[in-house]
Design a protein around this ligand. Structure first.
Ligand code: N0T
Length: 541
């Protein structure tokens, strides 16, 4: 009954995104949460498929499942709603203690209205599509369709109402509004309705952002006018839906991005979506969207690093909403956490018999799952400790920089495989008074130079605990601390390296001290999980 629902709702705080001095935390049950995610393939959103989903989630040691809910399935007939899928999903997720990110596949699922109900996608009069400059009608709904917005919003509000009334424990922790919005094949809608808007004055908020005097889109933005107009229009549309949903149940909401190549953008990408060139416009257009989250299908280190940089901002918590599920992508979990990422979700993690190669792996099997399971099992026992450190302390994270695979990547991913890093097989991190050198592919004993792991798969995470103290974990890497320029004139040494783990309450449990061979040649991490507390010291001669 409603009263007991209200009572229990009061006891479990809503998931929330908090930002302090440019650092972010995703609060779940009131505590910083590290989202160790898995996203299903596209058509897993039916009860009969869930048996093919949960085993993969469990094998990965994921704590969160990303899964679609389609407009066509909740409102197959206009005004008639059916939430039977969510009844099953939420119950099964709760049984397994797995949180859920729901993906609202509606007006746009990668440009098209495929997941909209037939009564929407077959009625071009009531729900108009984007028209190109040459008057071609694309299969992408126009953001200027007022009926479309009203209908999508109505269904979304019903979805959020369902969550308000049937998910008092907040098993669903976040909702993604649409999927990879934008239009392939036109920079904007050129229909008469769109033309009329395009010839009006640019909204005040955008003039202010770009510090421009008033004018039409063309006058103010010149050659960028078409794309900026489309981005603004889609951003406002999505924001309107998000705001209406949040008014019912105030969950964090994100949008995911079909990225353009940051080094080689071209113009064949999904235009109007929050690609790196229009993040600022989206931030103004869609204030109810908490996060703009990249979908990463570039395999090379240089491009991924750039994408992570572009989508981790003071005003945008980094959440890798999708990343390919093939081995080369796994290590970017380390770099995601190095940019204060709040979560990471490889795509296509289920046994529903689909593989999106060449974007991801050729097949989903134990071998595909293993690189992700290894990372999540390293972090799962102390995920909340890391999430808190990431919010409150300085943290670093790096992935092995060389590209060991020459696999064909996505069509717009062509960049040189050469890495910009100081060396192919090592990185230097500035930790304040100390520097860390992270190197890959060397024996544990002695000083043989690094040769990299083959395939590249290493990475390291460091959190600052105090002036001279760090928490360090890594896989297949050597981490060596040395004094930075601030203290380099002083003799120094490792004071103490403790190996231990965190218990269920997040308390450090001491196991042993590393010394002798275990510290003489740096701190050597293998494929086994090890967590170290490292205290460095200088002394006077
Ligand atoms: C992703 C996924 C799913 C011509 C692809 C990536 C997911 C969506 N889209 O498996 O469909 O729902 O968000 C698009 C990458 C562009 C590749 C274009 C090849």
């Amino acid at each position: 009954n409603r009263q007991s629902q209200n009572a229990s709702q009061a006891s479990v705080p809503l998931p929330d995104i908090v930002t302090r001095e440019g650092k972010h935390a995703f609060l779940v049950d009131g505590e910083p949460f590290l989202l160790l995610g898995a996203q299903t393939n596209n058509s897993a959103n039916y009860p009969a498929m869930l048996d093919k989903v949960w085993p993969v989630v469990a094998a990965m040691q994921a704590n969160t499942l990303g899964i679609p809910v389609a407009w066509e399935q909740i409102e197959p007939v206009e005004g008639q709603f059916d939430f039977s899928f969510l009844d099953v999903l939420i119950e099964q997720a709760a049984e397994r203690d797995i949180k859920v990110v729901l993906l609202w596949f509606a007006t746009w699922k990668n440009n098209a209205p495929h997941y909209a109900p037939a009564w929407v996608k077959l009625d071009n009069q009531r729900f108009p599509r984007v028209v190109t400059e040459n008057k071609r009608v694309l299969n992408s709904l126009s953001p200027h369709g007022k009926n479309t917005l009203a209908a999508d919003k109505k269904a979304f509000v019903r979805l959020m109402t369902y969550l308000r009334d049937h998910d008092p424990e907040h098993q669903v922790i976040m909702v993604q509004v649409q999927n990879e919005v934008g239009t392939y094949g036109s920079k904007r809608d050129f229909s008469p309705a769109a033309e009329a808007l395009f010839n009006q004055t640019v909204p005040e908020a955008l003039l202010k952002l770009y510090q421009q005097p008033a004018g039409t889109w063309q006058q103010v933005f010149g050659e960028n006018a078409d794309e900026y107009f489309h981005a603004w229009s889609i951003g406002r549309y999505v924001d309107d839906i998000a705001a209406a949903g949040k008014a019912v149940k105030d969950l964090p909401m994100n949008v995911n991005v079909a990225l353009r190549n940051p080094f080689n953008p071209g113009d064949g990408y999904s235009m109007g979506g929050p690609t790196d060139n229009v993040i600022d416009i989206w931030k103004v257009a869609a204030p109810h969207i908490d996060m703009i989250s990249p979908d990463i299908y570039f395999r090379d280190h240089k491009t991924v690093n750039r994408v992570l940089e572009l989508y981790s901002r003071d005003d945008n918590p980094l959440f890798v909403a999708e990343i390919g599920n093939d081995q080369p992508y796994a290590r970017y979990f380390f770099s995601t956490l190095g940019k204060q990422g709040i979560g990471f979700a490889p795509f296509g993690m289920d046994y529903t018999d689909y593989a999106n190669f060449p974007l991801g792996a050729k097949v989903v099997n134990d071998e595909t799952i293993a690189p992700f399971a290894e990372l999540y099992s390293l972090m799962a026992p102390w995920a909340s400790v890391w999430a808190k450190l990431s919010f409150e302390n300085d943290t670093w994270g790096v992935a092995e920089p060389h590209d060991s695979t020459s696999d064909k990547a996505v069509w717009n991913a062509r960049v040189s495989a050469k890495s910009d890093d100081d060396s192919q097989f090592q990185q230097t991190l500035d930790l304040g008074r100390w520097n860390a050198e992270v190197s890959y592919g060397r024996p544990m004993f002695w000083i043989d130079p690094p040769t990299g792991n083959h395939p590249a798969s290493g990475g390291a995470l460091i959190a600052k605990l105090g002036e001279d103290e760090y928490l360090i974990t890594a896989l297949r890497a050597r981490v060596t601390l040395s004094p930075s320029s601030e203290i380099e004139q002083l003799p120094y040494m490792i004071e103490r390296v403790e190996e231990g783990h965190f218990d269920a309450d997040g308390n450090w449990v001491f196991e042993r001290v590393w010394n002798g061979d275990q510290t003489d040649w740096g701190l050597n991490f293998t494929s086994q999980p090890h967590i170290l507390k490292v205290k460095m010291a200088t002394y006077k001669q």
